[in-house]
Design a protein around this ligand. Sequence first.
Ligand code: NDP
Length: 241
Amino acid sequence: MDVKQLTNCRVGLMAWQLLIIAFYIAGVERHGFNIAALVNLLLQSMYLAKFFWWEYGYFNTLDIILDRAGYYICWGCLVWVPCLYTFSSYYLVAHPPQISNLAAVGAALLGVATTLLNYRVDYEKQVFRSAPDGKCVLWGKPARYIVANLVTSPGKSRKLLVSGFWGVARHLNYTFELVATLAWCLPGWGLGLWPFLYFYFLVALLVHRTFRDEEKCSAQYGDSWELYCKEVPYRLVPYVF
Ligand code: NDP
């Protein structure tokens, strides 16, 4: 049994889905039907469905390959995820959305597009890493890559993709995830700062995680990582950061 898969995938993320459904129903019982509240529920449900569709890819993430099943992961998945990640929906129970139906539809379109893009970035890496010798086609062209020698296991190497989204910035999956999160928080626009609590947290978590991941990759690949960073100089937003 994998403790990390159990706590995150089977408890934390399933609690997230169940709680937001409960919050949505509570909001409808109190204030009646509201499109913006539905958008808040559906975008998160889509994100969670995407996660479970891609769950195999989760086994190659930092949570599994770097972090241990200690306090950070276990408490985070069992307590922090159900409480904080669901907070925008929880807040809407007592404070019905104020945004127009048109704005809600705009938020829905933004959320759907960025959730699909987040999936696409992860998917490109998954396809590339599982292709024999890295031979696959991305964006209509054969994928380009750097052969990165493993400092930690001399004589061995892995491939770092420099095509598709992985050639645009080093962590575009995080960028799209942040915008998707902002989209499902937008139904709380006009209700103060609280509905965006999870978004603020995620900005801090993913920016910090970008540095954590790069520290790990730099220690693992040494000069090859430097080469990759020269080839793909931006972390989250091309030409900005
Ligand atoms: P990544 O999927 O970006 O994985 C990083 C790892 O990928 C690196 O350590 C490296 O590992 C490998 N890698 C890096 N660059 C390349 C490249 N160019 N080509 C091939 N492999 C490369 O990060 P995460 O695991 O953090 O995130 C996975 C997903 O989970 C994302 O969609 C993210 O948004 C989401 N997420 C959501 C969180 C939330 O709380 N909502 C928290 C964290 C993540 P190696 O080379 O050793 O294989």
